[in-house]
Ligand binder design. Structure first.
Ligand code: BG6
Length: 510
């Protein structure tokens, strides 16, 4: 049995509790994956490499899968292949060439039927050549496109490219943020897409949900007795969810300036992580049960208090020629969210994201309250913390106080450390996109954002975003390569975060 096959079977076992839109249908039909926007950046850097990795591991085989690239640019199959080739790394030349042969390119516009009819013809020919029974084929459309064309592309797919009948086959679309700019524009987009496709056919990607340690969150929380009694307001002082990048908006200034850090990172990636940290135990692992619990968390978030928001913009951001000279767009934000429910009342959830900072990392930091009646108080360096390092150097570690080894009776801050690089040396951690595309093929929507989740997420941030957009709130300028505005650290302290001095966790080297 090849390792790919083994993985297929293992994962199949794990997700036996999940369901898809065609729950009882055998999924054996021919699979066509269409990458729309095939000549763009996202497709080259993320979508095709993810498909290649799935191919390499045996999840996609030339027996039943064909990949179509679609875009406006008039290029040949080979020209598309050579554009992609450089991004397919870590494998033998022969394997790369075999994969590239699975890709066919179709050129056309995003709002006229002609191109999509041609696309349908190509897909149908491929299905016919594989002897696929009509109606059993599977068609996955990956939108590596700007959301402005989502509605017209959805219309064209619906008119020209749907799987024709329901003999176990399906049509699914994968879309990615930004889903609008605020509550109203997002709802309008959802309504337009919702008129054409069922929710069960729509896969809204938030690639943070595909990260290994984000996927581990529910396992950690609900499969370990340790955490069950501790995970609440009685024991937890505060929670931080942090995203830092050590580079600016390089090359993406035009896009970024329209959105800013709150729409780019906080409203989606960090908020999704918050949901998994804060949600109640779902009835089962069924995607709808999990998403139901996430929605409840979002609906319990109180309106954001502007005194608990610090915005920043790095010095030099406006030098980008695609950024307006007087831009008010934040490239940094720290804010406190409060969840009004029995478990979390009074526990600040601090969300922090910034570009052009001193380091690159994403992590969840759960800080526990002080020990009551502490007899070691005078020697204590810091509080217990449970840290989940999402990237880089994936790790889960627990900061705790222990006796300093030796003859003296003194205490020291140390850690229980599960560093993935050390513990799982022969395992390659899959890329988020790889995993999420596989979930789409399998019809598992657990790690995708449901429409009501999206709506609730926009409800939380829309007033704040409008206040930033109309200049009522202004970002502080900070130095690139710094920690961001000093006010952010002050806000952290005000929210009750106690920093540990004289201790730093160093990821173990192999
Ligand atoms: C994207 C944002 O969604 O996530 C980018 O648009 C950001 O601005 C990126 O750089 C970060 O993703 P990752 O996986 O590198 O943390």
């Amino acid at each position: 049995m090849g390792s790919g096959q083994w993985l297929v079977e293992k994962r199949a076992t794990f997700r036996s509790d999940s369901f898809s839109d065609n729950d009882n249908a055998p999924e054996t039909g021919c699979l066509s994956i269409v990458v729309l926007g095939a000549s763009g950046d996202l497709a080259k850097k993320k979508t095709f490499p993810a498909l290649f990795n799935l191919y390499r591991q045996g999840f996609l085989t030339s027996n039943d899968v064909h990949i179509f690239g679609y875009a406006r640019t008039k290029i040949s199959d080979d020209q598309l292949r050579s554009r992609i080739r450089g991004y397919l790394t870590g494998s033998k030349e022969e394997e790369v060439s075999d994969f590239l042969q699975l890709i066919k390119y179709v050129s056309g516009t995003y709002d006229t039927e002609e191109g999509f009819q041609l696309l349908d013809k190509e897909i149908s020919e491929h299905e016919f050549s594989k002897g696929s029974v009509e109606g059993s084929s599977r068609r996955l459309f990956y939108f590596a496109l700007p959301p402005s064309v989502y509605p017209s592309v959805c219309r064209m797919i619906k008119r020209c490219c749907m799987n024709k009948s329901d003999l176990g086959g399906w049509t699914r679309i994968v879309v990615e943020k930004p889903f609008g700019k605020d509550l109203d524009s997002s709802e309008e987009l959802s309504t337009q897409i919702g008129e054409l496709f069922d929710e069960s056919q729509i896969y809204r990607i938030d690639h943070y949900l595909g990260k290994e340690l984000v996927q581990n969150l529910l396992v950690l929380r609900f499969a370990n007795r340790f955490f069950l009694p501790l995970w609440n307001r009685d024991n937890i002082a505060n929670v931080q969810i942090v995203f830092r990048e050590d580079f600016g908006t390089e090359g993406r200034g035009g896009y970024f300036d329209e959105y800013g850090i709150v729409r780019d990172i906080i409203q989606n990636h960090l908020l999704q992580v918050l949901c998994l940290v804060a949600m109640e135990k779902p009835v089962s692992l069924k995607p709808e049960h999990i998403r139901d619990e996430k929605v409840k968390v979002l609906q319990s978030v109180l309106p954001i208090n502007y005194d608990e928001v610090v915005l920043g913009q790095y010095d030099g951001y406006r030098d980008d020629p695609t950024v307006p000279d007087h831009s008010n767009t934040p490239t940094f934000a720290t804010m406190v969210l409060h969840i009004h429910n029995e478990r979390w009342e009074g526990v600040p959830f601090i969300l922090k994201a910034g570009k052009a900072l001193s380091s690159r990392k994403a992590e969840i930091r759960v800080q526990f309250k002080d020990v009551p009646g502490d007899i070691y108080k005078c020697q204590r360096q810091g509080r217990n913390e449970f840290v989940i390092r999402l990237q880089p150097s994936e790790a889960i570690y627990m900061k705790l106080t222990v006796k300093q080894p030796g003859l003296e009776m003194s205490t020291v801050q140390s850690e229980l450390d599960l560093s993935y690089g050390q513990r799982y040396q022969n395992i390659t951690i899959p890329e988020a996109y790889e995993r999420l595309i596989l979930d789409t093929i399998r019809g598992d929507q657990q790690h995708f954002v449901r429409r009501d989740e999206l709506k609730a997420a926009w409800q939380i941030f829309t007033p704040l975003l409008h206040s930033i957009d109309n200049g009522e709130l202004k970002p502080q300028i900070y130095k690139p390569g710094s920690r961001g505005p000093a006010e952010a650290d002050e806000l952290l302290a005000k929210a009750g975060y106690v920093q540990t001095h004289g201790y730093i966790w160093i990821p173990p080297t192999l």
